[in-house]
Design a protein around this ligand. Structure first.
Ligand SMILES: [Zn+2]
Length: 239
């Protein structure tokens, strides 16, 4: 025995609603994937910033180390020159310069000592941040890969549903089919074929007429007099 038009329409609608649901999910995927990529960029920037803070402290130390070497070299040169100067005031000036260099070296050494603690702290913070960020990156990548695989599954399923659709259209009376298709085109309108529940339209919720109720009991598809959606009696299917 072949299915009634009602059963055929319901089968078609089930496939159409499934297809619509999948198309909606597919449409939303790029936005979700973009969000993951943006977060990935943020996390990577955070790791890079922590590494940059460590490098900045290290560079500060290297700069003072270079300054110390420079000052010591200058002092060595001055000491050699003192052996050759004849005038006392020149000699005193050189000694004063050497003394000043010594003071600057001492200041630079103090800065290096302070920066060493800073370097250690920046190193630890950097490692901690990198560890947490790497873990998040791994999760983000897994999530992204999952969405990518999901998009492939959705596309395949949508293609399969589209391919199977013509077969579902067979033996549905043309008038019913064209009304169904028209209601289906209204993307926000929900399913075209709705059950009548407690003698109310399943779409607009208004009470159906007694005449409509009788037709529904016979297993017919009837149009709601108010909203024009297609109605059926779910109890007919159970019997
Ligand atoms: Zn209605």
């Amino acid at each position: 025995m072949s299915d009634s038009p009602l059963k055929r329409l319901l089968k078609l609608q089930e496939a159409d609603m499934r297809q619509r649901d999948m198309e909606t999910r597919l449409e939303n995927l790029p936005k979700e994937m973009q969000r993951l990529l943006a977060r990935r960029d943020e996390v990577m920037a955070s790791t890079a910033a922590a590494a940059a803070r460590f490098r900045a402290v290290k560079q500060k130390i290297q700069k003072d180390e270079a300054l110390i070497a420079e000052l010591n070299a200058a002092s060595d040169k001055l000491r050699q020159q003192t052996t050759m100067v004849k005038k006392n005031n020149e000699y005193q000036a050189m000694l004063a310069s050497i003394e000043l260099n010594k003071k600057k070296v001492s200041e630079a050494e103090d800065r290096i000592l302070l920066a060493a603690d800073e370097l250690e702290a920046a190193g630890k913070a950097g490692a901690r941040i990198k560890f947490a960020n790497d873990a998040e990156l791994k999760n983000l990548k897994a999530e992204f890969d999952e969405l990518f695989a999901f998009s492939k599954t959705l596309k395949e399923e949508i293609a399969r549903l589209r391919e199977g659709r013509p077969a579902l259209l067979e033996n549905i009376p043309p008038a019913l089919l064209s009304a169904y298709e028209a209601l289906l085109r209204n993307q926000k309108g929900g399913p075209p074929l709705v059950p009548a529940v407690d003698e109310n339209c399943g779409h607009c919720q208004l009470k159906i007429t007694a005449q409509t109720a009788v037709a529904l009991k016979r297993g017919e598809v009837v149009f709601c007099g108010n909203c024009q959606y297609m109605l059926y009696d779910p109890q007919v299917l159970e019997g």
